[in-house]
Design a protein around this ligand. Structure first.
Ligand code: DGJ
Length: 720
């Protein structure tokens, strides 16, 4: 059992593979955080509760004579505000008299071996015996509110997941103003804060800052997890690198408003939190009702950032994604045609895709209603027969004729003012009574807290899936949510979204849904559960993608990203990069093309054939491999490199891209990682054979780069 309860000391030791998480009941009442870090056997009693008197830190009345007892200095597991702790609370409950003070005290606990599911929300699975769960109940005597803290311990990984239930056992209706899913107090503040920030076309760039006194915070108030700040942060010890040192990674399984924060207090300890966004949050909880938070994933690594990322990657591949699919090589017509297509044009495009090794054609935006630009028709999921007189069936047939399966774009959560749906049901759009709509990309957001709206979406999509036996959907979401009367609606919106996705993925188990939000504006474990691949960014420029894919890989497996080769000059940056380099970058994700194959030269067509052939081999190993970041573009801006090593260590693919070239022709040795040191590996291109230890310790001597943006794909195969 990886959860040990010491009855005498009233401590709980949660044991993972290489880490320990210890909490205990302090002074017979408070739930204290005692330790989180590299595995320890036990804690000496003298270390269990470290309380020292501090001026201006008050004590509860029952400790009148013991000034060292203050919640302001006690390291806690789930603090509240107003009764001697001035730091950020984990929970705020507003009572009928307006008071927001609570004082949660230990009530009881239980240890169970079934990981509980979370109602209406995605969460990680566990296999038989893989996890054990600790539930600690706290109670506020005045309101009779019970908080149940739930810890799931994956004992063969360095993973603990947490969430919280708030149960109203009192007689009054209360309002929850804040309920985070996890909180704990680290002993010191000597950490760097790593976050993934961005914007449309520049997602998940890495930013690292030292913690300082006060609050370091990431959040989204946009109604979705957003391009701006991913619901993830990591705390790195000061000497931590890619391969060495301690890291705590915290990721939220949720696709809406969230907040993650670290407060360094006056005694230099750090309070760490992640959960639902508290900005403007208010959830009414009546007597007898329970509120459940989404899940937080906490990963500990003592092998640096790469160790943390590999733990997240394995966990998400094996225990998060609802179902596994064949991920086909796609050609998507968005950058090829934008809205300007018809049946004839598509027929020509499809014909030119024949024989290239591409497996699926995805018809993007513009096939429905009277949508010839982005000003109309969202919500009217009926084919535009002026553009496509044979309907979707005919497009699917044309695709088949050229050896391709068919996939289709939807933006199900949106509604255009100029649409039949809006004319019939203006009330389906999110709106506040006394204000005008705000538009973004000319569109409004459907109110997914309304079950009728959810039914409409499920029915509209199901009709088309049934009609053409669709096996692939690209699910887009192109604006953030405004005019929300309160943040309760935002949470109900996300619950509505999950209910729609749950119904569709259950009804159509074969249907692969690619997530998208203007590229990577909603990349989080909540949506990944249902959409196992996500269009990483609307920026398809290979060089910009290096940064985006490198940053995204901090948490999310490369096998959940989508990368496409597009034309040059690139539509977003105007940059011209070699076709080969574009292929190498896109191949590091779910591979495809974002172009019209008709524009390819003869030589490029041959390159596409070679790329799809290489990718099909690579794909066999990609889903069963460990990912290693070898060169960090954010550090040098000089180059970027990563590799995939199959779990059996027999295959290794290395993707290297030089950014701007230099004239100095320096000797540059690239050291590989993760190989079997004593086995021999053959470089598939040169046929040379090296030992694993040589490749890892001496490295590969990179060639002189002939030009900017030079890309190299190495493939090594274990030969003896
Ligand atoms: C944004 C997506 O990210 C693009 O790939 C494309 O699907 C457009 N929307 C279509 O409107």
């Amino acid at each position: 059992m990886p959860i040990f309860y010491n009855e005498k000391e009233k401590t709980f030791h949660l044991e993972c593979k290489n880490s320990s998480y210890i909490l205990g009941v302090a002074y017979d009442r408070y739930l204290a955080h005692l330790y989180y870090g590299k595995k320890v056997e036990m804690l000496h009693p003298s270390r269990r509760i470290v309380s020292r008197e501090l001026g201006f830190s008050p004590s509860p009345l029952e400790f009148f004579k013991d000034r060292k007892v203050s919640l302001d200095t006690l390291p806690q597991e789930y603090p509240s505000f107003g009764y001697t702790d001035f730091r950020i609370p984990a929970i705020i409950v507003e009572q009928e008299n307006g008071s927001r003070i609570t004082d949660f005290r230990y009530l009881k606990h239980e240890i169970v071996d079934q990981k509980p599911a979370i109602t209406g929300m995605p969460s990680l699975r566990s296999e038989d015996g893989e996890t054990h769960t600790l539930k600690v109940y706290l109670k506020d005597a005045v309101t009779q509110i019970i908080v149940c803290l739930i810890y799931n311990v994956y004992h063969d990984r360095d993973v603990i997941t947490r969430h919280v239930q708030v149960i109203n056992q009192g007689k009054q209706t209360v309002k929850l103003k804040k309920v985070v899913s996890c909180s704990f107090d680290l002993h010191d503040k000597d950490y760097q804060f790593l976050q993934l920030h961005g914007t449309h076309c520049k997602e998940r760039h890495i930013e690292i800052t030292p913690l300082r006194h006060g609050i370091t915070k990431i959040e989204s108030r946009r109604g979705s997890s957003s391009h701006m700040l991913n619901p993830f942060f990591a705390l790195l010890k000061k000497d931590t690198t890619e391969d060495y040192g301690e890291v705590y990674g915290i990721n939220f399984v949720y696709s809406g408003n969230y907040e993650g924060a670290v407060e360094v207090d006056q005694r230099d300890t750090a309070r760490v939190q992640m959960g639902l966004g508290s900005f403007d949050f208010s959830w009414t909880l009546k007597p007898g009702e329970t509120f459940e938070t989404p899940e937080v994933v906490m990963v500990y690594s003592c092998t640096g950032l790469n160790g943390m990322s590999q733990t997240f990657h394995n966990l998400y591949n094996e225990r998060l994604i609802k179902r596994h699919y064949h991920h086909p090589i796609v050609v998507n017509n968005w950058e090829a045609t934008y809205f300007d297509f018809n049946q004839e044009k598509l027929a020509a495009l499809l014909k030119s895709a024949k024989g290239l090794g591409i497996e699926t054609f995805v018809l993007d935006d513009g096939w429905f209603g009277k949508r010839n630009n982005d000003e109309s028709s969202l919500g009217d999921w009926k084919v535009n027969l002026d553009k496509l007189p044979g309907g979707l069936k005919e497009v699917a047939r044309l695709a088949k004729e050229n050896g391709l399966n068919f996939g289709l774009w939807f933006e199900p959560e949106m509604i255009s003012i100029d649409s039949d749906l809006y004319r019939a049901h203006p009330e389906y759009a999110i709106k506040v009574a006394d204000r005008e709509h705000a538009v973004s990309r000319c569109q409004l957001v459907l109110d997914l807290s309304n079950p009728k709206v959810c039914d409409y979406i499920v029915d509209s999509i199901s009709k088309i899936v049934d009609e053409i036996d669709l096996s692939y959907i690209k699910w887009d979401f192109n604006r953030n949510i405004t005019e929300t009367p309160n943040q309760e609606l935002c949470h109900r919106y996300v619950l509505g979204l999950y209910s729609i996705l749950e119904r569709l993925t259950t009804r159509y188990p074969h249907l692969l849904i690619e997530g998208c939000s203007g590229g990577g504006g909603r990349v989080d474990p909540g949506v990944l559960y249902y959409t196992p691949q996500i269009w990483t960014s609307d920026d398809s420029d290979a060089i910009e993608r290096l940064f985006i894919q490198y940053g995204t890989s901090m948490v999310y497996p490369p096998t959940t990203m989508v990368g496409h080769v597009s034309v040059t000059p690139n539509h977003q940056t105007g940059r011209v990069t070699p076709f080969n380099t574009r292929g190498i970058v896109a191949m590091s994700a779910n591979f495809g093309y974002e172009l019209n194959p008709q524009v390819l030269s003869k030589q490029e067509r041959e390159m596409v054939k070679a790329q799809t052939k290489t990718y099909k081999n690579l794909r066999k190993c990609l889903y069963q491999s460990d990912f290693y970041r070898l060169r960090n573009p954010f550090e040098s801006n000089k180059d970027c490199c990563w590799s995939f090593v199959s779990k059996d260590k027999k295959h290794c693919y290395v993707m290297y891209v030089r950014i701007l070239n230099g004239a100095t022709n320096e000797f540059d040795w690239l050291k590989l990682k993760g190989l079997e040191p004593h086995r021999h590996y053959q470089d598939i291109n040169t046929k040379e054979i090296y030992t694993g230890s040589e490749l890892m310790n001496v490295g590969i001597l990179l060639p002189r780069h002939p030009y900017d943006f030079h890309g190299i794909l190495y493939e090594f195969k274990m030969v003896k």
